[in-house]
Design a protein around this ligand. Structure first.
Ligand SMILES: [Zn+2]
Length: 671
């Protein structure tokens, strides 16, 4: 996961305060790391976007993960040695310094606001406005970053919480006050971008905003759309309220007759239980709950889909898919190519995997059931290591990226103290990489040496941090952040290198090898196959709405069932009836074509890992150039710099090929 507070040009919003890129919580629960889905700030960002009338849909926030109970033996923050904590003094040497900055950037921003209504009056004004706007944004980002890191160190610390809330409030006010910028900049005359007008440093930045011009309506129409945004997002909010707050799943019984609480939080754990009765009971009870509300849930989902279609049509896009992808300049071929390629080259491997799963679970003559899909296949092995050993092995695995990369990473994990290593009382759980233009790319971790997944998490977060480091070092502030579309590439790339390294050097026994292979398989299954299936369903239901086909509970369920049959096959698995109601519990279907990026991200990462590992300095340098590109080019072009073209089948094929090879390997290792 990556947390980065940043003001960057977003696709359809000039102001984009991005707090996190997040992993789908619904994917194969192989990772130990928690992916807090979205923080408060993301909601305030949404509020701002809504105020600005951007008309994009809500992402429904999931609760931020915090530990309910702290195990005994966890120290208080002040008992943790300094060397095990991140060094925030590189950001602010004291809270007094932070207060000074907060005050300095708190407005009322008279100069900036004085440009309202005349932002594009001449090129020189545009430059002044952007200089002014970005220089304040940069300080606010710094103020915010410090407060949020301090807050996360110990969520019980009232002073830090107070700082955090004030920083958040400042950000929200700034975003609201500057919401006039984007609509004015959309109208920027072409001539302003000619050479010699003084806007070269902002050329791509402005071009991205201007691209929206063809889809921008008259001022009166835009005002009307903006005013309707709250009403048209009601379906998504209602689903979130129902799913997150109202649903109570009660409890289920395990094979011993013991009662176990069923909740969103426990469901993943129960699906990984070795107790098949418990898995079956949990699976059945959860989906029966959704079944009881299928009419309401259908209306909510249909409402969200129709909102996407409405906005796409109002803005004169050919389809809701095009509307969702175009702000980031992602061609619809990328989406269709993903689905076509998985269908053509992946489903065979996926069916073989299902057969292997059936064999390894020793189910006798009976088929695999949908509630067997996450049951553990391979016993845990002891690959545990202390933090220092994890650092050494992660750094060693990154050697293919060259001396400079390793040198910077070594310093980051070492004397520059990017990482807050261990758990302390009150600390936010999980792991993330976060920072801003003027900070180190910090990593929050809760490293537990008993769990090898935590070493993978370190590799993953370091991938994000190094991407941020390279982008910030090579780009000016306004291009220093990278798009969500590429956000998980560097992190997944590093995990892949780490997995291969451990496999080659540390895994001695068959059991250890099988463990690592299975780990990679589960990752690919959850991130590539499952997300591609979701993406396929999302496209289908949007097309149904666009073609005027009624979205009824039966129509939705049939479409979802058909996809499950196709994805899992029918030879080794029983497609249980309850799976049809799964569609009603996936929050991502409200996000407007979001999940495909998980699948394209891991595909790009695996294709690039192959390329770098099998290539020479040219391939490596191309990858480093990608890390350095930030948002100075569109995300598709950034990946082309690295050497992959996501409109082509090759990268997805490479990931599918890797999956197939891993299936063979696990099969051989378990004979
Ligand atoms: Zn990540």
């Amino acid at each position: 996961m990556r947390l980065g507070s940043a003001f960057v040009v977003s696709s359809s919003g000039l102001l984009r305060f991005r707090i996190s890129s997040w992993k789908n919580q619904d994917q194969a629960p192989v990772r130990a790391r928690v992916h807090p889905h979205m923080t408060l700030s993301e909601r305030s960002f949404q509020a701002v976007r809504l105020l600005a009338g951007v008309g994009r849909e809500l992402r429904s926030p999931a609760p931020v993960a915090t530990r309910e109970t702290t195990p005994t033996g966890v120290p208080e923050r002040d008992q943790v040695p300094e060397t095990d904590k991140w060094d925030l003094t590189r950001l602010y040497t004291s809270k007094a310094d932070w207060e000074r900055d907060l005050k300095a950037c708190s407005g009322p921003w008279e100069k900036l606001l004085s440009f309202k209504g005349r932002v594009t009056s001449c090129p020189d004004t545009v430059r002044q406005v952007l200089d002014e706007y970005l220089s304040t944004a940069r300080v606010i980002e710094r103020v915010y970053t410090y407060a949020h890191l301090l807050h996360d160190q110990d969520l019980r610390d009232d002073e830090a919480k107070n700082m955090y809330v004030r920083a958040l409030d400042l950000h929200t006010r700034y975003a609201e006050q500057t919401a006039f910028l984007e609509p004015e900049l959309v109208q920027l005359p072409d001539a302003y971008l000619e050479p010699g007008q003084g806007l070269e440093p902002y050329k791509h930045y402005l071009e991205r905003i201007r691209r929206q011009r063809a889809h921008t309506l008259s001022a009166a129409e835009e005002a009307l759309l903006a005013a309707s945004a709250k009403a048209t997002s009601a379906s998504a909010r209602a689903f979130s309220a129902m799913n997150d707050a109202d649903f109570d799943f009660g409890s289920v019984q395990d094979s011993q007759g013991k009662s176990v609480t069923l909740s969103h939080g426990s469901y993943g754990t129960l699906m990984r239980s070795k107790d098949r009765t418990l898995r079956r009971n949990a699976f059945t009870a959860l989906h029966q709950r959704y079944r009881g509300f299928e009419n309401t849930l259908t209306e909510l989902l249909a409402g969200a889909i129709e909102t996407h279609v409405f906005h796409a049509r109002a803005r004169q896009y050919h389809s809701s898919l095009e509307a969702a992808l175009s702000p980031n300049a992602i061609p619809v071929e990328v989406y269709r190519n993903l689905l076509d390629t998985v269908r053509k080259h992946g489903l065979g491997h996926h069916h073989r995997y299902v057969a292997l799963r059936r064999r390894l679970l020793n189910l006798g003559d009976g088929p695999l059931h949908m509630y067997d899909m996450y049951a553990p296949l391979i016993p845990d092995v002891d690959l545990a290591m202390p933090y220092e050993a994890a650092v050494d092995s992660v750094l060693a695995s990154l050697a293919p990226l060259g001396n400079e990369y390793v040198r910077i990473a070594t310093a980051g994990l070492g004397e520059r103290r990017w990482v807050d290593r261990y758990e302390n009382r009150g600390k936010r759980s999980g792991a993330y990489s976060s920072g801003c233009f003027d900070s180190e790319p910090y990593i929050l971790h809760n490293y537990d040496s008993a769990n090898v997944n935590d070493a993978f998490t370190l590799a993953h977060e370091l991938g994000h941090s190094m991407h941020s480091y390279f982008s910030r070092r090579h780009q000016p502030y306004h291009y220093a952040d990278y798009s969500i579309f590429v956000a998980e590439v560097a992190s997944t790339f590093n995990e892949e290198l780490y997995s291969r390294y451990l496999f080659q050097t540390k895994a001695g026994s068959k059991a250890e090898k099988a463990y690592l292979v299975n780990r990679s398989l589960e990752d690919l299954r959850g991130t590539l196959f499952r997300q591609a299936m979701f993406a396929d369903f999302e496209l289908r239901i949007h097309e149904m709405a666009e073609h005027g086909e009624p979205l009824t509970p039966a129509a939705l369920r049939q479409a979802y069932r058909a996809l499950n049959k196709e994805w899992f096959g029918t030879e080794d698995v029983c497609i249980d009836e309850e799976i049809e109601w799964e569609l009603f519990r996936i929050p991502h279907f409200y996000y407007n074509f979001y999940v495909y990026q998980y699948a394209t991200g891991i595909s790009a990462a695996l294709a690039l890992a192959e390329r770098v590992l099998n290539g020479g300095t040219a391939e490596r340098d191309a990858y480093l150039a990608f890390l350095s590109a930030g948002s100075s080019v569109d995300p598709m072009d950034a990946l082309r710099i690295a050497g992959v073209d996501m409109t082509e089948p090759a990268p997805v094929q490479a990931a599918l090929h890797r999956f197939g090879a891993l299936v063979d390997e696990l099969d051989a290792l378990t004979r």
